[in-house]
Write a protein that binds this ligand. Sequence first.
Ligand SMILES: [Zn+2]
Ligand SMILES: [Zn+2]
Length: 426
Amino acid sequence: MTTSILEKAKQIMKNGYICDHCLGRQFAQLTKGTTNAARGKAIRDIFAFAEDGNGKIEIDASNLSGYVFRNSKIKKEKQKLVCKICGNFFDALGVVAKKAASRLSKFEYENFVVGTKVSGDIAGREEVLWEEIGAEHCEPIKAEINRELGKLIEKTTGKKADFENPDIVVLLDMDKNNIEIKPSQVWIYGLYQKLVRGIPQTKWPCRNCNGSGCKKCKNTGKMYPTSVEEIIAKPLLRAFSAPNSSMHGAGREDIDARCLGWRPFVMELKDPVKRKIKLKDIEKIVNKDKRVKVRLVKFCGKDTARKIKAAKLTKTYRIIVDFEKPVKKEDIRKILKIRNLIKQRTPVRVAHRRADLIRERRVLKLTGRIISKKRVEFLIKTEAGMYVKELVTGDDGRTEPSFTGIINNRAKVKALDVVEIGKIKV
Ligand SMILES: [Zn+2]
Ligand SMILES: [Zn+2]
C-alpha cells in the first residue's frame, strides 16, 4: 500500500518549511533527467494552484510563500525561510564549489569525484522524515550534494566528474565546514635490476627505534642507508611532487644478492600534485645511479600492484657454493639429480617474521661447474618461493634434500645472484 505522491508531499509540508531540493529529493527515484530542485518546485507548484483554486490544502503556508496568488490570502513571509531539513545548505553550494575549484587549481588532474561527510544534524533530520513518510522514492542528501557540487565544479573547472577512476577526490566535511583535496595515487609499472649487493629492496626501518631515529642508526631511522625503493622513488617523488611512495615488488632478493634479471614492480606515489610526467625522463635520472637499473614501463592501476604481489614467478639463480671438503665430479653429478620436490621448514633466518611450517618446492633446472677444489658454481631454476640458500646448506636438516645432505659435505653460499625472473603479463 503506497500513499499517493501528493498525500506524501502534503505530509512533508504539513509542518514547517522545506526547500525545493529537500522536497524533491523525497521523490528522486521518480522520473529521470531532471533535478531534485525541479521535482520539488513542480510539486510545490501543484499545491500553489490548488491553494489558489479552492484552498484547504492543509500544508504549512510558509511552503507557498513567494507565490503571487489571485485568490489565496497567503502572503510572502517577511523573514527568509529556513529549510527544516538542510538549513538552506544548498544556497551555499556555489561558494563551496568555488572554494573547491580554487583548492584544486594547484593539482594536475583530468577528472575528479566529490565525497561528502554529511552533517550529523542534517542526516538525523532526514531520517526522522523518512520514518514519518517512508523512504521508498527518496535518495540520501549525501548523493544529491555529491552530484550537484560535482556539476558546479565541472562548470567552474572544465574538468569532468568520474566516479570510477577519479584522479582526485574532493572531500566536503559539512560539520567542520572544510574541504579536503585528496589526489588518487599514481601507479607505475616497471622492472628493475639490482647490480650491487648490500642494499635491501625496500626501505627498512631501524629495528632499535622503529624509524624515529636513534644512535644505532645515526638518526636515519633506517637499517640501511638506501634501498632499491628509495633509489627509484627519489626522482619520481620530486617529479610528481608527492610526499610518499610505496613499492610493490614481485618477490624480493636477499640484501646480499644481486638481481640481474628484470624484476617486476609497481611504484605507488601517494598524494601526487602532478600526474603528467614523462616516465622515460625519470627513468634516465634513476639509471644514472649505478646500483640500480630501471625500466619505467607504463602507468597502471592498483590491480596491477595486486597482481604483481600475488604472482608466482620462477627464478633462476647463479650461486657460488663453497664446500667444507673438496668436491669431485661424482659429487656434482649426485647433486644435479636433486630435481624432485624439496621439503623446506621455514628457515631459522626468517622464522621471526614467518609462520613455522613445511612447504614443498620444485627444482626445475640445475647445472653445476667446478671452479676450484672446494668451490662450485650452480645455475638453479626453481619454482617461486624456494629458499634457495637453504637448498644449498640444508639449514641443519630443516631443508631436505639439500646439497650438504646429498654428499655429506657442508655447503655454504658464497655469493648469490638472481639471473632470471619469470615473465608476467600486465
Ligand atoms: Zn533543504
Ligand atoms: Zn634507530
